[in-house]
Design a binder for this molecule. Structure first.
Ligand code: PEP
Ligand code: MG
Length: 564
C-alpha cells in the first residue's frame, strides 16, 4: 500500500489517530442442517452457548445505555435498554432452544428464532415494523459473537480515533461522540453524501471515495487531511505537527473577516447555517451565522422507532427559533427516504432506485398526517417569537406540488412557505413554481445528482457529483432569476469560489455547514458583485467542471491570497 492514499476531501481540517473500522454486514449463518454446521449432538452445551451469547449482548447494550445516559443522552439509553429487553425475551430463548433441539447449530438457531419475531413485527403495522431494525441489530450482534466476527456498528474506543468504513449511514453517525472522532474516511460516498454533510456539520475532517478505506487494519495510525483529500499512513510526529500548524494558520487568517455576509462593494448576502437540530446551534453562532438556512428536521426522527411527540418537536423547533431573535430560520419539512431512511416511515415496497422513489414531499403526500403534525408544531413553536419562520418542502417537482404544500402551510398558520429546487423539472420551470410560494432554496446536492444521473452515495461517481458542472449552473440560473428570493443550501454554497459564482447568478442568500461560514464570508468580502457576475458568466461558458472552476477563479483573484 502506498504511504499516502488519495480520496476526495469533503470536510476541511486535519485529524490524526488510530483507525477504528465499522464492520461490514454480518452474514447469514449457513442453513446446513445435515452438514458441518450441526452441533453434532451436544444440544445442552449448544443451548448454553447460544443463551450466553444473547445475555452477553443484552448486558453490553445496557452498559452502552448507561454510558449514553452519563453523557446526557437519556433517549439513547431508553432505546438501548429496550433492545436489551428484546434480547432477554423468554419466548425468543424458547425458540432458540427448540431449534437447537432439532439439531441446528447455535448461530443458525438464533438467526431462525429471530426470523419468527421479525415476521410478526413486520406484519404488525408501521410503528412495530420499525422495531425490525432494532431486532436485526440484536440478531447480528448475537450471531457475530457466536461466529467470532467483529461487532457491527460504530466501534467502541477509549481514545480518540479515525472512523473508517465502507460508508456511514445517518443512523451510525447520529450516535457518534464528536469528542472521540478525529476524522472520517470512507470508501464510498461523494462530496454531497451524508457522511460528508455530517462531517462538515460536526467540524470533523473527512475524506470520502478513498479506495481501501474499509480494509485499513484496525489500529493503523493515520493523518487525515480533509482539505487535500489525503490519508497518510504511519505519519511521523513532525508530519502531524506541520499539518496542524498549517490548518491553524489558515483559520486565524480568515478570522479577521467578521459581520454579516456582503461583497466588497456592500451587496448583502446573508450567510446562514445548515443544522440538524439544536445541538448544532453552538457552532452556527460561533461562526457568525445570521440565521438558519436549512434545518434538516429528519435528524430529529432518525435512529428511533417512533416519531418524536408533538411536544418534543415543538421544543426542538423553538430552541432554534430562539437562537436567532433577529434572523430567519428556514425549516425543511421531513425529507424521508433514499439516503435518509426513517425506521417509522418505511418506503412502500422495495423501490428499485430509492433516490427516484417516494421521498421528500412525495412521502408527505402519502402521510399527510405526519406533515400536518409537523407544521402545527412549527406554528406553535414560532408563536410569540421574533425570528422569521420560513418553511419549505424538499423534492418538489412542479407548480402543482408547490401549491399543495403552500396550502398545507397556510392551513397550519405558517405564513412563509417555500420550496427546495432540487429536481431539474422544478428548476427549468422555476417561473411557474415561483407563482405558488414565497421563496426558493436550491438543493445543489440533489440537483446535481439528478442533473448528472449520478447517485450521490456511490463513491465511484464522485467526479459526477460536482456542482461546478456547467449544466447544474444552467439549472441554478432560472431559479435564481424567477423573481422571488432564492437561496442555496446545498454543499455548493460552502465552496468559497462557487459561493461567489452563485451570487453572480443572482442567488440571494447562502446556507452551509457552520465551519464553512468564515471561508465564504472572506471570499465574498474580497470580491465585488461584478467580479462574482463575471465569474458566473465564465463558469457557465465553460464546457467541463475543471474548466468552469479555472475560468471562475480568474475573476476571483483574492481566493489565492486567502489560501482558498
Ligand atoms: C440538497 O439536496 O442539496 C440538500 C440541501 O438537501 P439534502 O442534502 O439534505 O438532501
Ligand atoms: Mg436534498
Amino acid at each position: 500500500m502506498p504511504d499516502v492514499l488519495q480520496g476526495a476531501g469533503v470536510s476541511p481540517g486535519v485529524g490524526a489517530g488510530p483507525v477504528r473500522t465499522i464492520a461490514g454486514a454480518v452474514p447469514e449463518p449457513a442453513d446446513d442442517r445435515h452438514g458441518v454446521d450441526q452441533h453434532r449432538g451436544d444440544a445442552d452445551s449448544e443451548r448454553a452457548t447460544a443463551l450466553a451469547a444473547l445475555e452477553a449482548v443484552a448486558a453490553d447494550l445496557e452498559e452502552r445505555g448507561e454510558r449514553a445516559a452519563a453523557a446526557g443522552n437519556t433517549d439513547g439509553r431508553d432505546v438501548l435498554n429496550a433492545q436489551a429487553l428484546m434480547a432477554r425475551d423468554p419466548g425468543l430463548a424458547d425458540g432458540v432452544r427448540a431449534k437447537i433441539g432439532e439439531g441446528v447449530a447455535a448461530a443458525r438457531a438464533v438467526f431462525e428464532a429471530f426470523g419468527v419475531y421479525r415476521e410478526m413485527l413486520a406484519g404488525a403495522g408501521e410503528y412495530l415494523a420499525a422495531r425490525v431494525t432494532d431486532l436485526d441489530d440484536i440478531r447480528d450482534r448475537t450471531v457475530a459473537r457466536l461466529l467470532g466476527l467483529p461487532m457491527p456498528g460504530v466501534p467502541e474506543s477509549d481514545e480518540p480515533f479515525v472512523l473508517a468504513a465502507r460508508d456511514l449511514a445517518p443512523a451510525d453517525t447520529a450516535v457518534l461522540d464528536p469528542a472521540k472522532v478525529v476524522a472520517f474516511v470512507t470508501e464510498e460516498g461523494g462530496p454531497t453524501s451524508h457522511t460528508a454533510i455530517i462531517a462538515r456539520t460536526m467540524g470533523v475532517p473527512a475524506v470520502v471515495a478513498l479506495p481501501g478505506a474499509a480494509s485499513l487494519p484496525d489500529g493503523t495510525r493515520v493523518l487525515v487531511d480533509g482539505t487535500a483529500g489525503t490519508v497518510r499512513l504511519d505519519p511521523s510526529d513532525e508530519d502531524v505537527t506541520a499539518a496542524r500548524a498549517a490548518a491553524t494558520a489558515r483559520s486565524s487568517a480568515l478570522a479577521e473577516f467578521a459581520g454579516p455576509g456582503a461583497t466588497a462593494d456592500g451587496h448583502a448576502v446573508p450567510l446562514l447555517a445548515n443544522i440538524g437540530g439544536p445541538k448544532d446551534l453552538e457552532a452556527a453562532l460561533a461562526n457568525g451565522a445570521e440565521g438558519v438556512g436549512l434545518y434538516r428536521t429528519e435528524f430529529l426522527f432518525l435512529d428511533r422507532a417512533t416519531p418524536p411527540s408533538d411536544a418534543e418537536q415543538e421544543e426542538a423547533y423553538r430552541k432554534v427559533l430562539e437562537a436567532f431573535p433577529e434572523g430567519r430560520v428556514v425549516v425543511r419539512t421531513l425529507d424521508a427516504g433514499a439516503d435518509k431512511p426513517l425506521a417509522f416511515l418505511p418506503a412502500p415496497g422495495e423501490a428499485p432506485n430509492p433516490a427516484l422513489g417516494e421521498r421528500g414531499v412525495r412521502m408527505s403526500f402519502r402521510h399527510p398526517d405526519v406533515l400536518s403534525a409537523q407544521l402545527a408544531a412549527l406554528a406553535r413553536a414560532a408563536a410569540g417569537l421574533t425570528a422569521k419562520l420560513q418553511v419549505m418542502a424538499p423534492m418538489v417537482t412542479d407548480a402543482a406540488e408547490a401549491a399543495w404544500f403552500a396550502a398545507a402551510c397556510r392551513e397550519a398558520g405558517i405564513e412563509h412557505p417555500g420550496v427546495m429546487i432540487e429536481v431539474p423539472a422544478a428548476a427549468l420551470r422555476a417561473r411557474d413554481v415561483a407563482l405558488e410560494v414565497e421563496f426558493f432554496s436550491i438543493g445543489t446536492n440533489d440537483l446535481t445528482q439528478y442533473a448528472c444521473a449520478a447517485d450521490r452515495q456511490v463513491g465511484g461517481l464522485a467526479h459526477l457529483q460536482d456542482p461546478w458542472q456547467p449544466a447544474v449552473l444552467d439549472l441554478v440560473a432560472p431559479a435564481a432569476g424567477a423573481g422571488i428570493p432564492c437561496g442555496v443550501c446545498g454543499e455548493a454554497a460552502g465552496d468559497p469560489a462557487l459561493a461567489c459564482v452563485l451570487v453572480g447568478l443572482g442567488v440571494t442568500s447562502l446556507s452551509m455547514s457552520a465551519p464553512s461560514l468564515p471561508l465564504v464570508r472572506a471570499a465574498l468580502a474580497r470580491h465585488t458583485l461584478d467580479d462574482c457576475r463575471q465569474a458566473a458568466e465564465a463558469a457557465r461558458k465553460a464546457r467541463t467542471t475543471t474548466q468552469a472552476r479555472e475560468a471562475a477563479r480568474t475573476h476571483l483573484p483574492a481566493l489565492t491570497d486567502l489560501g482558498l
